[in-house]
Design a protein around this ligand. Structure first.
Ligand code: SAM
Ligand code: SF4
Length: 329
């Protein structure tokens, strides 16, 4: 019989978001504080060998799609060799990457050769000054050039923009205009409570407000059909090459069809971003557990996947204060 990971609500979980590091060369305000971030010690990270071992189990149990994330995946030494190995693993037929744009042309060439086609790049502003205020790094030109290079090399590029009041509202319409000339998808995300500080306000610019704002400027927008398990509601402006999407990441309107599980760089295994770690697979692995014991741990955790992000959040004793870079975005 085919092995699959199925939760108590009958959802098949075939999509793993794998964080390879909690470190990052940027300091986006919504993700981590400007200073004093306590990154984990190297010995606490899952080694590449451990990651391969776990991935082989996940793929045997039906996980066929893996998104590499972090922290910034390209700051971890050895990442390209790891991706190379991953691309040869049986069963994993789609590898995607989320990055802040810290990858060079040589790395892009390797990604292409490995068959990695879809890349998400985080970009919250098209204005150099606002980009600096948001990321606390003066890297707009490099990131934008990276996006142009990726497009030039034929990658399927999605831009992720976290939208927030007093930060980048004036970027929303320019982002849509960007899709006129470029065949990419810009996705607007609601801010989530994972900035590493514990303080958070419910986003004013939620998916409804965002949609109404855009629809008022573009009454002719066309709704596109969304992929199964999609977290974004997608649209296009007639005649524009690209498209845009709205992701209700805080409002959590898409949990019913969620197919995602997450593994942090330190082995924390989550069935929902908003919930506590169900188990730590690094600890289970390093305690000398057999393959069968690890599988049992994963299958049990998965079965208990929360109905939605609100139920998951309620399982946490206190308000979330972990950084997205630690959780794995
Ligand atoms: N460093 C890479 C990057 O920035 O794309 C990958 C890791 S990052 C944690 C993954 C995604 O999470 C990014 O698109 C980022 O914008 C998003 N993200 C981080 N913190 C967030 C928050 N508090 N609310 C919404 N999205 C967030
Ligand atoms: Fe780094 Fe990505 Fe977090 Fe920004 S969102 S600080 S780029 S991990």
């Amino acid at each position: 019989m085919e092995k699959t990971l199925i939760d108590q609500y009958g959802r098949t979980l075939n999509y793993l978001r794998l964080s390879v590091t909690d470190r990052c060369n940027f300091r986006c305000y919504y993700c981590m504080p400007e200073e004093g971030v306590n990154f984990v010690e190297r010995k606490d990270l899952l080694t590449y060998e451990e990651l391969e071992y776990l991935l082989a189990i996940f793929s045997e149990y039906g996980v066929n799609k893996v998104r590499i994330t972090g922290g910034e995946p390209f700051v971890r030494k050895g990442i390209m060799d790891f991706l190379e190995k991953m691309s040869r693993m049986q069963g994993i037929n789609q590898i995607t990457v989320t990055s802040n744009g810290t990858l060079d042309r040589d790395q892009m060439i390797i990604l292409k050769r490995l068959g990695i086609k879809k890349i998400n790049i985080s970009l919250d502003s098209l204005n150099r000054q606002r980009f600096f205020e948001i990321t606390r790094r003066d890297k707009f030109d490099e990131v934008f050039q990276c996006i142009l290079d990726l497009l030039g090399m034929g990658f399927d590029v999605k831009l992720n923009a976290v939208v927030a009041d007093k930060k980048n509202i004036s970027d929303i319409l320019p982002f849509i205009e960007l899709t006129k000339a470029y065949d990419l998808s810009v996705r607007f995300l609601e801010e989530m409570p994972f900035n590493g500080s514990g303080s958070f306000e419910v986003p004013k610019w939620n998916h409804v407000v965002l949609y109404e704002y855009i629809a008022a400027a573009y009454p002719n927008l066309i709704k596109l059909s969304d992929e199964k398990n999609s977290t974004s509601a997608n649209y296009r402006i007639p005649g524009y090459k690209g498209s845009f999407g709205i992701i209700a990441s805080f409002s959590r309107t898409f949990c019913g069809t969620c197919n995602r599980i997450r593994l942090s760089a330190t082995g924390e295994f989550r069935t929902c971003l908003y919930g506590p770690a169900n188990t730590n697979l690094r600890d289970v692995l390093r305690s000398g557990a057999s393959r069968e014991e690890l599988i049992r741990e994963i299958v049990l955790a998965v079965a208990k996947k929360e109905k939605d992000g609100f139920e998951a959040e309620a399982r946490q004793a206190e308000a979330p204060k972990k950084s997205m870079s630690f959780l794995g975005g």
